[in-house]
Design a protein around this ligand. Structure first.
Ligand code: C2O
Length: 543
């Protein structure tokens, strides 16, 4: 195995999109940021220098960071941010993970432009569990704002209203032909007739789940997150923010140009959504005779924005290729409500521009997560500094309560707090994540740091333990780091708490994360150094 050294300089650079030039926060002047390609077992050393004017951290989304929370990155959870002018070196080894992951800023909305692909190939000499493709392309789906995304966030946090939706979706940073002033930058992927290519599709959008499709071509899904799956063929995939999906595509159509396109999947009936479409071009390089090349590429048919059946149907087809190692006995049986809420304001004010004189809030088990400001949770825990967090994240029994019906708002005035839930090393954990419908029912893509979990069940409506537990798939559930709660429904996951440290769990829709849709696990050390958090690096930033 190898060690890869990189220098990442966070810096503002002019980037032109949608007819205007914006001063954009980038890594090394690149937008999207550099693609990292490594092999299973390799070590990454990334010296990160903050030459911008915002505090920042970087997160290696989906990397397990075994016993090494210091390299995980969420600001104020595992580290204090890297301040302007400061440097911090992320150092970690990839252990038994292969597939497509990505990296992104984990401080406020900086990940809008600070992100890139992190590709983990099989070990040297090993191969994929499918025929080796002729070539590979990372496809980063993103969002672009005409304003500085940090200002969009700040305004919404000040007024309590929902933030503005983005002005464009992007593929590898480019909106594509259907947006104004964009066709010169449209990403083009060259293929030769008969070739098979591996598309590594990453949803790095801030706030949107996306459907993705390629005109006239079938997609064979072979992996999600950092796991291989049992291959299946489809016309369209749905990728939630934070998720990745690897698909094989064979260039077996009439030589020409075909659009690959992504558009929102958004079930929030009373939330705004953006129904424009981002495109890139799959271009056959085979020489074809004059007149046969279509003047315009063909657009694929994408499902409607509220097509839950297609989205759910896709997610439920994803299975592990063989029997999954999943806990069958459970030590911690947890039930977490996940949802948006509104905080009533006593009198109208500029800070209460949500519906009916409210502010938006979001919570898990009615706790709206607050980041500490004086220290990170992990540093405070390691050093025994009191007053930074509490360990009273409330377990909620899965009582018979209609979470998806017309829930009275008065019942859901979330409390604010930095509350963690303690797990003993090695605990076998089940979590049922139940969507609630205070404001709207939505698919919340829930991401757990430091772990891959098995997705053992999902369904619509209220979870019913007696009815639903016996139907769990404990045989070949997929292993993922991010999974959506069904809109107006639930999802059940299992994992063994064998990675000590503080690990954030949150909705990967940043608007919801900003409203507090998060919590943290504190996984205690086990016995001996091999089950304990390693000491922090000397350059770990202080607050
Ligand atoms: Cu990809 Cu906590 O995030």
């Amino acid at each position: 195995s190898e060690t890869h050294y990189h220098d990442f300089v966070i810096q503002a650079r002019p980037v032109k999109r949608l007819c205007r030039t914006h001063n954009t926060i980038t890594v090394n002047g690149q937008f999207p940021g550099p693609t990292l390609i490594i092999r299973n077992g390799d070590t990454l050393v990334i010296r990160t220098t903050n030459a911008a004017r915002y505090n920042i951290t970087l997160h290696w989304h989906g990397i397990r960071q075994l016993r090494n929370p210091w390299a995980d990155g969420p600001e104020y959870v595992t580290q204090c941010p890297i301040q302007p002018g400061a440097t911090y070196t992320y150092r970690f080894t990839v252990q038994n993970q292969e597939g497509t992951l990505w990296w992104h800023a984990h401080s406020r909305w900086l990940r809008a432009t600070v992100y890139g692909a992190l590709i983990i190939l099989p070990r040297l000499g090993a191969s994929y569990p499918f025929p080796t493709p002729n070539c590979e392309f990372p496809i980063l789906l993103g969002e672009w704002w005409d304003r500085n995304p940090m200002d969009v966030l700040r305004l919404s946090q000040f007024t309590g209203a929902a933030p503005n939706v983005s002005d464009a979706y992007t593929i590898n940073g480019q909106p594509g032909d259907l947006y104004r002033c964009s066709n010169r930058g449209t990403t083009v992927f060259p293929v030769s007739l008969g070739e098979t290519v591996l598309l590594r599709v990453i949803n790095s959008a801030l706030n949107q789940e996306l459907f993705f499709s390629v005109a006239n071509h079938q997609l064979t899904v072979v992996g999600v997150d950092s796991s291989y799956i049992r291959p299946f063929t489809t016309n369209v995939i749905m990728v939630g923010p934070g998720q990745t999906t690897n698909v094989l595509l064979t260039a077996n159509q009439a030589p020409g140009r075909y659009y690959m396109a992504a558009r929102a999947y958004n079930t929030a009936q009373n939330a705004p959504f953006d129904n424009t479409t981002t495109t890139a071009i799959l271009q056959y390089t085979t020489p074809f005779s004059r007149g046969t090349q279509p003047s315009r590429p063909i657009l694929p048919v994408l499902p409607a924005y509220n097509d839950t059946n297609t989205a759910m149907g896709f997610t439920m087809r994803v299975k592990n290729p063989s029997q999954t190692r999943v806990p069958t006995q459970i030590d911690e049986n947890l039930f977490f409500t996940v949802g948006l809420g509104l905080i009533n304001c006593s009198r109208p004010s500029v800070r209460c521009q949500g519906p009916n004189n409210t502010r938006f809030a979001a919570s898990m088990n009615n706790v709206s997560f607050v980041l500490p400001r004086t220290n990170s949770i992990m540093q405070a825990y390691y050093q025994g500094t009191p007053g930074v967090f509490t360990t009273d994240f409330p377990p909620v029994p899965p009582i018979q309560f209609d979470y998806t019906g017309n829930v009275s708002r008065g019942l859901w005035q979330p409390v604010k707090g930095t509350k963690v839930y303690k797990l003993k090393y090695g605990a076998r954990v089940q979590i049922v994540l139940q969507d609630t419908s205070i404001v709207t029912t939505e698919d919340h893509p829930m991401h757990l740091h430091g772990y891959n979990f098995a997705v053992v069940g999902m369904g619509f409506g209220n979870f019913n333990a007696q009815r639903d537990t016996p139907r769990f798939n404990l045989f070949d559930p997929p292993l993922r780091n991010t999974i959506g709660t069904t809109p107006g429904g639930w999802v059940a996951i299992r994992f063994t708490a064998n990675n000590p440290g503080v690990w954030l769990m949150h909705c990967h829709i940043d608007a919801h994360l900003g409203w507090g849709l998060a919590m943290s696990f504190l996984v205690e050390n086990g016995v001996g150094p091999s089950q304990s958090v390693i000491p922090p690096p000397a350059d770990l930033p202080r607050c």
